[in-house]
Ligand binder design. Structure first.
Ligand code: ADP
Ligand code: MG
Length: 732
């Protein structure tokens, strides 16, 4: 008997070498292995006879290899295999599949799964590019007992199909055998960490039964339910995962709510101060969210609020208004941005809007001279600086505030909730005893209250998801754009038509407007792409627009120079700004009415949307040209198509989620954070809501349905889970 926490290397058939390959997939313990679920199932219980196949359907066929071989056509090599059942035959073809050359031997039994199609002559049926597995050798006379077991796992069942691992060394078939053995050695009394009442509410089956059936479904299970992960076994495992995430978030939220915070006063003076700085009439949505924020600030608890709004919806001014309330109450405010450019951008706006009203604003960035940094820090420590703007890294680590009352975090769309927890935890850990983190400031007497925290994000997450993912935060949404915007006209053209595009740019400039030309530079390829971007810049400035004012902005430039260029563009002293993605976030120049994105097919959807959000900020009509260079993948086409069709951030976000999957979308994977093992936030939205509801009910305390002991057990399990999955010890 193995315990769920046992390392996979002790599972029969694995050992230290293969365990390493599994670790790369995030599978370390027996429990991880058992939660490595099939991504689909094949009905090899009722495989189809070749004669029954119909064009257009997906089918499993078990047949014997008759002939196989590689053909070279003018366009590409094609591998063809003919499989037979008695006297019927089925042709299978794979394009560009030289690697299959020596794969099959006549007489082998193969399971094939794929789409049934008519062949190119429109006559015979064939399987095009089917998935396949060799499930029996030609001479089965010498089969060992082990081979027989293996064979019995392959046919006559609904068979689980796993994603292979270790560069194909650990095949689906391998997983089947290993997981099968592991399941046979599962303790008979696997404890259930979910409280009985919750189990009852959702009619959940036991964890043991769920694991057994999710891998080896009963013959009666409907394929449809299996393929959509809706069997009782799936529901049980998915719910469990979501429930413990929600339990952690909910606990966090409760703790946060109990923290003593500052009860800011929103009196007439503060109101008048806010009125004074407003350069325009706020939209209804801006007024509403400010009210929500202000009401949090007035309460004696520490605020944790998410301000969500699409690019250009006007979050900045709302953040400034909140900052004024804090400053009018005699507190300091920290505004943290994800990049230096963005910090600078906020600084420009703050100077324009707040400094002119008499507030003392400072900028603190890594690239500043040491002397100036020290000087700025002193101002902050002495309380002279009222609003401190800088990058996350900088403010989090080294700044001591005299009287910090509010932290505004501009996440744009870089951080998910888990990463933020990690961030907060890290900063409090690093500074235990020094008390200089803004997230947990001066602890001296232990009596100083927590500052309010406002997180701004431009990720248009569907509301239910936002509530859940940012479960520790209250959410305010700006769902209305400032008035006077004309919709951006977006077109997608091949770069062969660039002369026309440049002509159009010239017209915009002649009309007094400015243009961005964006060139993709992705970190992995920074060197070569940066070179290409510079070449592009030279071409534009020397050959195409020698008479216009063209400048370049990229990540490798000296910070002072970057700032200088940005300032020139902002002031209207440049006509064209050739930039890499550094302008992606936050940049705000309302006279810029055109953006040309080169190699648009290489950008992700969220990134394109963010980029395009830099234009269309004024009253003049704006244009976005997505220029493609070279071949565009199918996903690429869908991204570009979505951009042309809509500028609604929510629609774009939904499609992005679909294309990339939630892990990528929320940035958890990029940040090296594990995504969900079995749950899928889009598919499982309803279970997510149920999990949230049940988690809240459990934390409301013991009652006739649930005992304190059960609650404690659930919390213990949650902590282990969180610690393991997110590296966070400190939840609750
Ligand atoms: P984001 O939500 O992307 O941070 P910003 O705060 O940068 O958006 O606002 C985008 C632009 O809209 C800025 O130029 C800002 O001055 C302008 N703006 C914001 N609110 C209003 C409003 N109520 N009326 C007119 N213009 C506004
Ligand atoms: Mg902004």
């Amino acid at each position: 008997m193995l315990q769920p926490s046992t390392s996979v290397q002790y599972v029969k058939g694995i050992g230290p070498k293969l365990a390493e390959l599994l670790a790369a997939k995030g599978i370390q313990t027996l429990d991880d292995l058992l939660h490595y679920l099939p991504f689909r199932y094949e009905d090899r219980l009722n495989p189809k006879g070749i004669a029954e196949l119909r064009a257009g359907e997906m089918a499993t066929v078990i047949a014997e290899v008759r002939t196989s071989g590689l053909f070279r056509t003018r366009r590409m090599p094609i591998f063809q295999m003919t499989a037979g059942q008695g006297r019927t035959r089925l042709k299978c073809i794979w394009f560009n599949a030289t690697y299959l050359r020596d794969k099959f031997k006549t007489g082998q039994i193969v399971a094939l799964y794929g789409k049934v199609e008519e062949d190119y002559r429109g006559g015979e049926l064939q399987l095009t590019q089917p998935q396949f597995e060799i499930i029996g050798e030609a001479d089965n006379a010498s089969d060992s007992a082990e081979q027989k077991l293996a064979a019995s796992l392959e046919i006559g069942r609904i068979v689980p199909i796993y994603e292979s691992a270790g560069q194909g060394r650990l095949t689906s078939r391998w997983f089947r055998r290993v997981i099968h053995t592991a399941l046979e050695n599962l303790p008979p009394d696997l404890p259930d960490p979910i409280p009985a009442a919750v189990r009852r509410h959702l009619s959940l089956i036991s964890p043991r039964e769920a694991l057994l059936k999710v891998h080896w479904p009963d013959p009666g299970e409907r394929m449809e339910d299996l393929l959509s992960s809706r069997t009782p076994a799936h529901v049980r495992l998915i719910f469990e995962e979501l429930f413990f995430v929600e339990l952690g978030l909910e606990l966090k939220r409760r703790e946060q709510k109990a923290q003593t915070g500052i009860a800011f006063q929103l009196d007439d003076r503060a109101r008048a101060a806010i009125k004074k700085i407003l350069p325009f009439h706020p939209t209804g949505a801006q007024k509403r969210v400010l009210k929500e924020i202000a009401s949090d600030m007035e309460k004696p608890f520490s605020m944790r609020r998410l301000l969500q709004g699409d690019v250009g919806s006007g979050k900045t001014i709302v953040a400034f208004e909140a900052a004024i309330i804090a400053m009018e109450n005699g507190y300091q405010v920290a505004l943290m941005a994800p990049t230096e450019i963005l910090a600078q951008q906020h600084y420009f706006s703050a100077r324009r809007i707040l400094e002119s009203a008499g507030y003392r604003v400072v900028l603190l960035t890594g690239s500043m001279e040491d002397d100036r940094k020290r000087e700025t820090r002193r101002h902050i420590a002495q309380g002279n600086a009222q609003l401190v703007i800088g990058t996350h890294a900088l403010i989090e680590q080294k700044v001591e505030f005299a009287k910090l009352g509010m932290v505004i975090v501009d996440e744009q769309h870089r951080f998910g909730v888990l990463q933020r927890f990690k961030l907060m935890k890290k900063s409090s850990e690093d500074h235990v005893g020094t008390g200089d983190s803004p997230v947990q400031p001066k602890q001296g007497s232990g009596a100083s209250p927590e500052p309010d925290v406002l997180v701004m994000t431009a990720t248009p997450i569907p509301r239910t998801l936002a509530l859940t993912l940012y479960g520790d935060l209250d959410v305010s949404v700006i769902d209305e754009m400032p008035p006077g915007r004309t919709p951006i006209i977006t077109r997608c053209v091949s770069d062969e038509r660039s002369p026309e595009v440049w002509d159009f740019v010239r017209k915009q400039v002649a009309a007094g407007h400015q243009t961005y030309v964006v060139y993709p530079v992705i970190e992995e390829n920074e060197e070569t792409e940066l070179k290409a971007a510079m070449k592009m810049y030279k071409e534009l400035s020397k050959r195409i627009f020698p008479d216009l004012r063209v400048a370049v902005l990229h990540g490798r430039m000296e910070p002072d120079l970057k700032e200088h260029v940005m300032r020139l563009f902002q002031k209207g002293d440049l006509d064209i700004l050739v930039a890499t993605t550094v302008i992606e976030v936050g940049v705000d120049v309302s006279n810029a009415t055109m953006m040309v994105i080169e190699h648009a097919e290489r950008f992700g959807l969220a990134q394109l949307h963010q980029l395009r959000g830099r234009i269309g900020r004024g009253a003049a009509k704006s244009y976005c040209v997505l220029m493609t260079g070279g071949k565009v993948s199918e996903d690429g086409e869908r991204r570009l198509d979505a951009m042309v069709r809509t500028s609604d951030g929510f629609q774009i976000a939904e499609l992005d989620l679909e294309l990339r999957g939630p892990g990528e979308f929320f940035g958890t994977r990029q940040a090296g954070m594990p995504s969900f093992q079995v749950a899928n936030l889009i598919r499982d939205r309803q279970l997510l809501e149920a999990a949230k509801r049940e988690a809240a009910a459990v934390l409301a305390g013991p009652n006739s349905e649930i005992s304190q002991a059960e609650i404690d057990a659930a919390l213990r399990h949650m902590r282990t889970r969180w610690h393991k999955s997110y590296g966070l010890v400190e939840v609750g």
